[in-house]
Design a protein around this ligand. Structure first.
Ligand SMILES: Cc1cc2nc3c(=O)[nH]c(=O)nc-3n(C[C@H](O)[C@H](O)[C@H](O)COP(=O)(O)O)c2cc1C
Ligand code: SF4
Length: 613
């Protein structure tokens, strides 16, 4: 047998239990790859071959999926793989200096694996710990509140090859930082309370309560929840056996957002109740949670909770003792791709594919997971649905404003005294929030993350509500001493990194914009580059396939309009005029070639034809 054959046999033996555990189901490919990587340290060629054979997919397809997600590696990575969270709030807390410090201590270059294969240090997009940054992931586990001392100790632990299980446990503590409670965070019911209430109401009555509540999705787009639920309930199942699905979007990848993390760790029963309420309302028997890979540390507790619910009849067949009702929940882990928060990309990922957004229509409510009617809702939306099941739609509609009913969880970070989770009824002013979290000298707030809006001081009287300042939850505060150009530059790189590459305007546009920002940062930019950014903004907005590309230039557009001096002081010349006459300098060349037509003159051709030469 060849060396390659022996290696394939070895890998096959190691992966067998994983493949069998997932019933060799191609739909579980992302989960299989995750576990295979855990077992092998990375995904060698032999592993991809073995997996492709087992799940009966072309090898190229398996390789394509493995290549899509940033947490999968087809080459060896360090035994300790350190990834610093690279959100702007981490940077504001000194993450860049800490990365350099760790690299120097470990004698390694950032982005490379040490020669002995012991360690690699790099960055990753926001890990959802902005209230306790700077943060990093080591072998997928979150470490928070980094300091120079902590980084020095980490370098010693790595050099001493101390297993993660023996690192100081307080390094891995993730605090909840709940600062203000309202309708949702004040809830303390026993598990199953909302589910029982919904069963007592019945599916049609539950739908009516949802309609009365006017609940709108908390994941960003603000779509009316009862319309989604009703559409999925009434949609025809296109495949046999007929099935409907409830999917909880717990991808929470928008930089600056961490409220779902807190709901998942403290209010999991409310969430699972909300999913079960959605299930019995639309006629689904299966729920799926898509949990971002960065929150993998929550998985054991969430799985244990699901098991407890099964034991007490709150999940599984004969739900709550009703023989005609059944509902269960499974959890899938993501693997480091922000675009998978987009609901159709998420469904692709759940089906074991690359997380590329689908063409819509058809919408998930008619053809979603496995082509069946599917409701995709954010964690907070589903928790709110549980509240509505118990208190009724009218109660919920009495909170907040007419168009934005209920409350909203905000993830507050940046230049504030008390970062953390704040829950307010919709309609609260930005100024009030700033006052409550101790943001004394704010010059700007980025609401709803890089995809949202950057508000300047003159806008602080505006209100958090769908009809004024909508938000998925992020609220990043920037003090007067912050450089808003650097904020926008960080966001530009985020989008360039996270573009899935499916459509050209976004793939190319996000990179061009990031390059433009670097050029300006390096003192090489001019007004021309500003013009280019505006041009690309219009292009991305109009021609991108999904919301990622459409929103990618928002932070630049906002900061250019509201914080222009931060850009202009970097420009090489505010009004660039060449110091010599280029057309005149080309005269001898024209003479030599015997040409004197408009196209041979610099600038003249453009004036005559409207096209630059
Ligand atoms: C690039 C992109 C990323 C997104 N990320 C998330 C996310 O992490 N969590 C979320 O709930 N919605 C996210 N969304 C919105 C979802 O597509 C979808 O609207 C949402 O899950 C619907 O739930 P809701 O109606 O309860 O808000 C994202 C959208 C886009 C375009
Ligand atoms: S807009 Fe960007 S993220 Fe969305 S599909 Fe196109 S390339 Fe992918």
């Amino acid at each position: 047998m060849t060396d390659e054959g022996i290696e394939t046999r070895r890998v096959e033996k190691l992966l067998l239990p994983i493949l069998d555990g997932h019933r060799r189901d191609a739909g579980r490919l992302v989960q299989i790859l995750r576990q295979a990587q855990e077992a092998l340290g990375y995904l060698p060629a032999a592993a991809l071959t073995v997996i492709a054979r087992a799940v009966d997919l072309p090898r190229a397809r398996v390789e394509g999926v493995a290549g899509f997600y940033s947490f999968f590696h087809q080459n060896p990575v360090g035994h300790y793989r350190v990834l610093f969270s690279d959100n702007i709030t981490d940077r504001m807390l000194g993450s860049a200096e800490l990365i350099d410090r760790l690299c120097n201590k470990l004698w390694i270059e950032r982005g490379k694996v040490s020669e002995d294969g012991l360690v690699s240090v790099d960055t990753t997009s926001c890990t959802g710990m902005c209230d306790q940054g700077p943060a990093l992931l080591v072998n997928g586990r979150a470490l928070t509140r980094l300091s120079a001392e902590r980084v020095d100790r980490i370098s010693e632990l790595i050099r001493g090859q101390v297993p993660l299980a023996d690192w100081p446990p307080d390094y891995f503590v993730v605090a909840d930082n709940i600062r203000r409670r309202d309708a949702l965070l004040n809830t303390q019911w026993p598990a199953g309370e909302a589910l029982q209430a919904a069963i007592a109401r019945g599916a049609e009555a539950m739908l009516s309560e949802m309609k009365l509540s006017n609940l709108r999705g908390r994941g960003g787009a603000g779509f009316t929840t009862h319309i989604k639920w009703e559409s999925a309930r009434r949609a025809t199942c296109r495949h046999e056996p007929a099935a409907r699905y409830v999917v909880c979007n717990a991808d929470e990848g928008e930089p600056g957002t961490f409220k779902d993390r807190v709901l998942l760790s403290n209010y999991a029963d409310l969430l699972f109740d909300g999913m079960s309420v959605a299930g019995i309302t639309i006629g689904a028997q299966q729920g799926l949670v898509y949990l971002r890979g960065e929150y993998a540390y929550l998985l054991p507790a969430l799985r244990a909770n699901l098991e407890r619910r099964r034991q007490s009849g709150l999940l599984g067949p004969a739900l709550c003792g009703h023989p005609d009702l059944a509902f269960d929940i499974d959890i899938h882990l993501g693997a480091g791709a922000y675009v998978c928060g987009e609901e159709t990309a998420l469904l692709e990922s759940l089906e074991g594919k690359r997380g590329v957004p689908r063409v819509r229509p058809p919408f998930p409510v008619s053809e979603g997971y496995l082509g069946q009617p599917t409701v995709v809702n954010n964690v907070e939306t589903l928790c709110k649905a549980a509240l509505i099941a118990v208190h009724g739609g009218a109660w919920f509609a009495g909170l907040g404003t007419k168009q934005s009913t209920g409350s909203k969880l905000l993830s507050i970070s940046g230049d504030v005294e008390s970062p953390g989770i704040y829950e307010y009824p919709f309609g609260v002013s930005v100024a009030q929030v700033l006052n409550d979290c101790g943001a004394g000298n704010a010059q700007a707030v980025q609401v709803s993350g890089p995809s949202g809006n950057c508000l300047a001081m003159h806008e602080f009287s505006r209100h958090i509500a769908f009809e004024d300042v909508p938000t998925a939850g992020a609220f990043m505060v920037f003090g007067a001493h912050r450089d808003m150009f650097e904020v926008a530059r960080n966001f530009a790189h985020f989008f360039a990194h996270e573009s899935c590459g499916f459509c050209t305007p976004c793939r190319v546009g996000t990179s061009l914009v990031a390059n433009c920002m670097d050029k300006i940062a390096n003192g090489l930019g001019s007004q021309y580059d500003i013009g280019e950014i505006f041009k690309i903004h219009r292009l991305l907005h109009a021609a991108s396939h999904c919301g990622l590309g459409q929103a990618a230039c928002n932070p630049l557009f906002d900061t250019l309009n509201k914080f222009r001096p931060a850009y202009e002081r970097r420009l090489r010349s505010l009004d660039f005029e060449p110091a010599f006459d280029l057309d005149q300098a080309l005269a001898s060349a024209r003479q030599m070639t015997g040409r004197d037509d408009p196209a041979a003159h610099f600038g003249l051709a453009a004036r005559v034809t409207g096209v630059e030469p």
